[in-house]
Design a protein around this ligand. Sequence first.
Ligand code: NAD
Ligand code: GLY
Length: 378
Amino acid sequence: MSGVSPKLGGMTANSTTSVSIALGDRSYPITIGSHLLGDSQTYCALPKANTAFIVSNTTVAPLYAQRLAAALSSHYKVVHQVTLPDGEEFKTWETLNLIFDALLSQGSDRKTVLFALGGGVVGDMTGFAAASFMRGVPFVQVPTTLLAQVDSSVGGKTGINHPLGKNMVGAFYQPLMVVCDLDTLQTLPDRELSAGLGEIIKYGPIADAQFLDWIEQNLPQLLARDVAALAHAVKRSCEIKAWVVGQDERESGLRAILNFGHTFGHAIEAGLGYGAWLHGEAVGCGMVMAAHLSQRLGLVDDAFVARLTTLIRNAGLPVKGPILDTGDNAGRYLVLMRLDKKSEAGEIRSVVIDGMAKAVMRSAPDAMVREVIDACCR
Ligand code: NAD
Ligand code: GLY
């Protein structure tokens, strides 16, 4: 794995832009801009079908489902909807079955196009439903959180959680397109906005030093939801993710760099119970812990750790890990970290930073990981 230097792109508040995911016959566009979700033109290039099926949740559906359904009614004879319970704790088999129940009871066929309208939870579950319903039906991502626009809707990872591990059951399955309507970010709670900033910050240390500088300089605008700043952040994040996924769709190597902060982060999410900390919060804190590990491995200096910690804190994210066990806290982290999909033969492997804008996968002795956890938790 080495540093990534894709081209830097720029965007203004009112422009619509597109980033391509290049995957041969599974290539697709990510359209980014304002006023997209309710515009029937947005969906013109999709294949013809009788039925569209909007999957959303109890929070997002009342805000945006009617607008999306109206736009889709220009292209589809019938537009059905299913509304799921809201929350990471509902990213389960039981909720997935609600999608299948609705698809089957409302006469869907193999050409039915599923539209995932919501954050990463709705997107991951709808994608997995699309991958498995009738052995695969087309789907479109309409992400409405910052995190989903910059990460989860792009790249085809779909799935659900298992009580023993996060995202443990799923499939790689690419959407037909991704529609990032920046206007939807105006209704996002502040905490969710910060969670999305965590995944945006991630792209700096793993791939793009200039982008990290830009995020530091433009953090106030991002927190104030300035549309031009959000547009640039979403576009640049998608460009970097597209560059990575285009080379390693199924994570046989390079794609793992997108998991910077996730080995610690997933342990926090599973250890506290899904939903207690937001995914982006756990990843933000996990990046601080992974930066400390990088420093202990001799790959970065103290100044790098301090810089990243300050940025993550200023983005409104936690920088101290929670206590998962009042007895052997580090031991509990280690148990959960070993469940990570990157572990091999019980050995914890994490993404660490090896100099700015370069991420590598490393294993570290348990004793060193314990020291990091002890230093980073309260
Ligand atoms: P989420 O889907 O739970 O959404 C966060 C909250 O915001 C929810 O309550 C949701 O209903 C609400 N919401 C969504 N859009 C809104 C809007 N426009 N206005 C008001 N409220 C809105 O969380 P998330 O952070 O979007 O996604 C996290 C999930 O994504 C996790 O399950 C994580 O594992 C997954 N993920 C997947 C990938 C991937 O590559 N597939 C990558 C990163 C994260
Ligand atoms: N979010 C990590 C990935 O898509 O690979």
